[in-house]
Design a protein around this ligand. Sequence first.
Ligand SMILES: Cc1c2[nH]c(c1CCC(=O)O)Cc1[nH]c(c(CCC(=O)O)c1C)Cc1[nH]c(c(CCC(=O)O)c1C)Cc1[nH]c(c(C)c1CCC(=O)O)C2
Length: 342
Amino acid sequence: MIFIDACYRKPTPRPPIWFMRQAGRYLPEYREIRAKYSFLEMCANPEVVTEVTLQPIRRFDVDAAIIFADILLPLMPMGLQLRFAKGEGPVIDNPVRTEADVAALGEPDYSKDLTYLGEAISMTRAKLDPSKALIGFCGAPFTLACYAIQGHGGSTFEYVRRWMYANPVAFRALMKHFTLSTIEYLKAQVAAGANAIQIFDSWGGALSAYDYLQFVFPYIKKILERTSMLGVPRILFIKNAAHYRSFLRTSEADVIGLDWTMPLAESRRILGEDYAVQGNLDPMILFADKDYVIRRTKAMLEINHGQSGYIANLGHGIHKETPIENVAAFVETVKNFRHDDL
Ligand SMILES: Cc1c2[nH]c(c1CCC(=O)O)Cc1[nH]c(c(CCC(=O)O)c1C)Cc1[nH]c(c(CCC(=O)O)c1C)Cc1[nH]c(c(C)c1CCC(=O)O)C2
């Protein structure tokens, strides 16, 4: 699997490629299925999950599939009432507001809870070409806490930051709870057949470097420490984390995911030789004309010319209105890239 080789910084004939949110609404074949089910109904149906996970592989022949699920699913067996409201994104109707709320959270048991996810992973792995990796994933404790505390998404997470500083004991208890359950959640995904895992700290960039180090990073490190024996590469993606790069290299991740605000060459220098990197084309570039998409993709690849340990990806999830022909151009440009292209 060239994706796994690149995660471990082994040489590959070309960089592997997949992209975040590759199974989703920009695909007409996804929208067709989505018209028949709610999002959560889709997630709970292993046949449907297998089908939509494989859709981008069939269409673009990318090197890895990411299992169709959501970072917020594990909150449900903890007693948090999750729903996806039209036009609003995820909503939790009973957010965590007190220390007692944290103490009352259930501890999921993945031999009984969310078993559909393991079934979907095994089913997808069986149908996926052996040369392609299946990626499992989770939300990082801070991003999960953002939804659990605030009850919905946002951009600045002011309420979460305020709550964190006002209730540091409860905040740490919540982070610990999410950390322990996430370790079990990832173990269950690998046991079911996931070949790699990605930790999404989508809102992690909202803090100062000092506060991320104090309140958040120790829990990420714990997850990485406690999943090292699983024998699969671990990708750490923290959105808007340019100000954290100097200490990211103290984690035990195998791959660091970069968004488009973190220059590739500079990030590689800061992270050092021990990490592969993944990213980082701005997903909005896929709205440009096709020649520009190709040019910018080549420019991204050339930065990594001759270096192993690089996985081509977008800098965040693909937008639901992205023109498919530009997605195809992006993937083809990577798949046709050879070192002698320069
Ligand atoms: C923050 C976050 C969530 N979910 C996820 C994150 C972290 C990644 C990121 O930062 O984008 C992760 C996620 N969500 C989904 C995947 C599937 C795998 C893939 O990448 O293809 C993954 C990896 C499916 C999904 N998760 C969701 C959809 C859309 C569901 C639909 O069809 O309506 C999909 C395909 C719903 C979801 N779930 C979440 C949001 C904010 C939304 C609403 C998005 C929107 O409405 O634009 C929470």
